[in-house]
Design a protein around this ligand. Structure first.
Ligand SMILES: [Zn+2]
Length: 288
């Protein structure tokens, strides 16, 4: 089990400095729309019990619609990082992928890019990188009417050169600090129990209360496990409330991880969210 949890703990240690002040947390749907801390790299690390779920590699004709239903079922909004090759040409199959991509946006989720071809970008030449990013911007603009500003390189494989190119294009790199390991665990029950053990493990060994979670909307076992993972977190919140501990807060968008956010602003916003969450949890847990 430790090996599996070790996988979940795969961290990308990229340090960043919060330098630019922001007046308040904007409840925006990020990714499409205005640039978001351009040139910054988010690694997801937080000592707070704060979580944001992200789904890579879609859209997938079979599993993405089911994942959208699963997200609605538990009332969670996530960020989807699409591989643009899934909707690269005008074939009927890709037309369906385009419709699905728009549906994900209409259902209230944030959209980011996972590159065009899902190849390791660290080893690409300058010309290959430029070609990937140009095609990426063109495809997203064709579908959504605008570029996306959130970028997640496949396998988190990035380089100073790629980072500089993305910064020039006003992109933010979004990594993760909690891998669900749904690429090696093909069973919903096991996925759920591994996730449940991972959070206390990360808190104990790294002082991470939560973070940005990597999952894939292309796996049926992830679709099955996801609502159960959220239900387990909410059940755990009843116990945490009873012992007066910080509750797990599932954030709808990545605004709370904005590297440009002033720490004092973030702390104030998290306190406000905890207050509201504690009230809602008190009512919910009393009913159960
Ligand atoms: Zn991927």
């Amino acid at each position: 089990m430790i090996t599996r949890i070790g996988l979940v703990a795969a961290a990308l240690a990229v340090l960043f400095v919060c330098s630019r002040l922001r007046a308040e947390v904007e409840p925006s749907k990020l990714g499409l729309g205005a640039p978001f801390a351009p040139g910054k790299i988010m690694n997801g690390i937080t000592r707070h019990r704060l979580l944001h779920f992200t789904f890579d590699d879609g859209p997938d004709a079979k599993t993405t619609p089911l994942m959208l239903d699963a997200l609605d079922q538990v009332g969670v909004r996530a960020t989807f990082f699409f591989s643009a090759s899934r909707f690269a040409d005008k074939s009927a199959r890709n037309a369906h992928a385009r419709e699905l991509a728009l549906l994900v946006q209409r259902r209230g989720h944030s959209i980011g890019s996972h590159s065009v071809d899902h190849k390791r970008m660290r080893t690409m030449t300058s010309a290959q990188l430029r070609d990937q990013l140009d095609r990426n911007d063109r495809l997203f603009t064709e579908i959504f009417g605008q570029r996306t500003f959130l970028f997640r390189p496949p396998w988190g494989s990035h380089s100073p050169e790629l980072d500089a190119m993305l910064a020039e294009r006003k992109n933010t790199v979004v990594l993760w600090n909690i891998g669900s390991a749904d690429w090696t665990i093909f069973d919903a029950d096991e996925l759920e129990s591994t996730f449940e053990k991972a959070l206390p493990y990360l808190e104990r060994t790294k002082s991470w209360g939560g973070g940005i979670v990597l999952m894939h909307d292309t796996h049926p076992w992830t679709v099955q496990a996801f609502p159960r993972i959220v239900a387990a977190l909410r059940a755990k919140n009843c116990a945490l409330l009873a012992t007066d501990q910080e509750l797990y807060d599932i954030a709808d968008d990545l605004a709370l991880w904005d590297p440009a956010l002033a720490p004092a602003t973030l702390e104030a916003e998290l306190r406000r969210r905890q207050g509201a969450l504690r009230e809602a949890t008190k009512l919910r847990c009393a009913k159960n």
